[in-house]
Design a protein around this ligand. Structure first.
Ligand code: ADP
Ligand code: MG
Length: 247
């Protein structure tokens, strides 16, 4: 469904991604893991067309440029300006403005789509709340609702489990399972390292390059952790507060 071929991204001469090649199939739920600075967010942004790259990114065999609506994005929480004065409803509606055109008021069908998405994440009753006045978990649910309302085939989620409560995590996992059953594809960035990774159908271990691309059991080996996290392995795992789960 998605094919990334020989992708490289540079930030002012520093190579953040080098010759990354991967494919995602319909209905797959894939974890993109690796330490901080590995290039996970960069890869997602390149797929979204938010930064220049070398290489090819194809969706169902053709360039992504004309198919942006097929791809929804839930950004990393730390990259969002939470002081921006916008209500939960309008954040979700943002996914619709591109198809509506700026300045046009939404029709009933669009409003129903937005309502249904907010309902799915149990946030309809707080739709008038400014986004900055919601908890971390509630904010994450609003951004997931925005992605759902877009009705894409590919979901890119950047560290969706960071800074959220257990209830939100459980809700998100059940939504991801439903989406996957419906044949939607999910790429989820995470820097977790532990048993939680068993939930993914497949893991891509990234550190500038793709170091491993296989089932969770095959990827979670001590050799792979060491290759990805290097000498800082103990510090990295301690910092992330996880118990390493090694097969
Ligand atoms: P991850 O999401 O895995 O933590 P990122 O994709 O954010 O990693 O970053 C990958 C590398 O690119 C890091 O070394 C980071 O410092 C660098 N980088 C990310 N964004 C920028 C930017 N806007 N300008 C310069 N360097 C950047
Ligand atoms: Mg990141």
């Amino acid at each position: 469904m998605l094919a990334v071929q020989n992708l490289s991204v540079n930030y002012r001469g520093i190579e953040a991604l080098s010759a990354v090649t991967l494919t995602l199939q319909a209905g797959e739920w894939v974890g993109l893991i690796g330490p901080n600075g590995a290039g996970k967010s960069t890869l997602v942004k390149a797929i979204l067309g938010l930064m220049p790259y070398q290489g090819k990114i194809l969706l169902n065999g053709t360039s992504l440029k004309r198919q942006r609506r097929q791809v929804a994005y839930v950004p990393q929480r730390s990259q969002i300006d939470w002081d921006y004065p916008i209500t939960a409803w309008n954040v979700v509606m943002m996914a619709q403005t591109r198809s509506l055109g700026w300045g046009r008021s939404p029709d009933i069908k669009t409003k129903k789509l937005v309502s249904a998405a907010l309902d799915r994440v149990e946030m309809l009753s707080l739709k008038h709340r400014p986004i900055g006045q919601l908890s971390g978990g509630q904010q994450q649910r609003i951004f997931l609702a925005r992605a759902l309302a877009q009705q894409p085939n590919l979901f890119l989620l950047d560290e969706p489990f960071s800074g959220i409560d257990k209830k939100t995590e459980a809700m998100m996992l059940s939504i991801f399972a439903d989406l996957s059953q419906q044949g939607k594809t999910l790429l989820v960035c995470s820097h977790e390292w532990g048993e939680a990774l068993n939930r993914y159908h497949r893991l891509l271990l990234l550190n500038r390059r793709v170091l491993a691309n296989d089932t969770p059991q095959a990827v979670m080996t001590m050799e792979n952790i060491q290759q990805a996290y290097g000498e800082n392995i103990q510090a990295a795992l301690h910092h992330q507060n996880v118990i390493p789960f090694v097969c």
